[in-house]
Write a protein that binds this ligand. Structure first.
Ligand code: NCD
Length: 333
């Protein structure tokens, strides 16, 4: 494994073909852009089999028995990391959780050297969350043939398992994705969730994906999937929408907060509220990837109300990640 290659942090999109094995199966999961629709529906159908009943013990399988999954998180995470850990354990894998902020990084070790060492300890799947763009693809290009890399969030560009679980949740709640209008409201500029969700939803023939934000939190047009509409008017954004997804303001990614609205102002201007939801379609659902801030980007009552699919997103996330882990381990065994 070469250790000298520099990381592509230019924001260039990851080559989607890198994630497909020669036999057409999913080998790595780095981006949802151009991901074959059959692979996506296959993952959804498999995830259905892992769901189980709420309140019952989680579904267990032995698909990953003998495999080792390493969670390497270079950025803080609670939900995504727990979700990947439970998914791997429920499939019978050994799981290694490394909080890389606190270990080798501080000693200056490169990501590739760290991965090389873990590979020597027979890790089969790397789950990576990185603040820099290009790192998951870089690692994927260097691992051994039987090893898979899953992105658990790459800077502001990609969060493929989140996009999948969002699309899966919509499919379960509304019965389809094709023809729906989805409004994603909030700090789109810094959101890998918005980008991955827009990619998969447009790929699955959503009628429209609207990215709604104040001007100061709007994405550069070239950084969102072609076909997504960038809007600034919340009422126009919510009108007739079948799905409304709220996003928090990612303060940790904002170096200069000048021009970013304060909390109360933001809620007044862009908060997803019960009142504003009256503009949406009659059976519209409300989503949020978490962590959520009640009374800032979303009204508290809406979070706990009947339109909310937020807890289902979390529950579905484990099943979707189990499906992804099963798929890549099948392609490598
Ligand atoms: C998101 C993330 O990390 O990109 N959270 C998540 O994965 N559930 C969104 C966020 O941090 O706001």
């Amino acid at each position: 494994m070469a250790v000298t290659e520099t990381i592509d942090n230019t924001g260039h999109p990851t080559d989607a073909s890198l994630q497909i094995a020669a036999d057409g199966r999913l080998r790595h999961l780095l981006t949802l852009r151009d991901l074959d629709r059959q692979i996506i529906t296959g993952l959804f159908d498999q995830a259905e089999t892992f769901l189980g009943e709420p309140g019952q013990p989680g579904t267990r399988r032995g698909t990953l028995r003998g495999k080792t999954v390493a969670n390497l998180f270079f950025e803080p995470s609670t939900r995504t990391r727990a979700s990947f850990e439970l998914a791997a354990k429920r499939l019978g894998a050994d799981v290694l959780n490394l909080d890389v902020n606190k270990s080798s990084q501080q000693k200056g070790e490169s990501v590739l050297d760290m991965v090389c060492n873990l590979q020597a300890m027979q890790v089969d799947v790397f789950v990576l969350r990185t603040a820099e763009t290009g790192v998951p693809a870089l690692v994927a290009r260097h691992v051994a043939g039987h090893v898979s890399v899953l992105s658990a969030g790459e800077s502001h560009v990609s969060h493929p398992t989140q996009g999948l679980l969002d699309a899966f949740t919509i499919r379960r709640r509304l019965g389809r994705i094709a023809g729906l209008t989805i409004a994603i409201v909030g700090d789109v500029a810094h959101s890998r969730v918005a980008r991955s969700a827009a990619e998969v939803l447009l790929n699955m023939d959503a009628a429209e994906v609207r990215l709604v934000s104040p001007e100061s939190l709007a994405p550069e047009p070239g950084t969102v999937p072609p076909g997504a509409r960038i809007l600034h008017d919340i009422e126009e954004g919510l009108r007739g929408a079948d799905v409304v997804m709220a996003l928090r303001i990612q303060k940790e990614r904002i170096a200069n907060p000048d021009g970013i609205p304060g909390t109360a102002q933001y809620f007044a201007d862009y908060g997803v509220t019960c009142e504003r939801m009256k503009l949406a379609a009659k059976n519209a659902i409300v989503m949020h990837p978490g962590p959520l801030n009640r009374g800032v980007e979303i009204e508290s009552r809406l979070v706990d109300g009947p339109q909310s699919a937020i807890v289902e997103q979390v529950r579905n996330g484990v099943a979707v990640r189990m499906a992804v882990l099963s798929a890549v381990c099948r392609s490598s065994s």
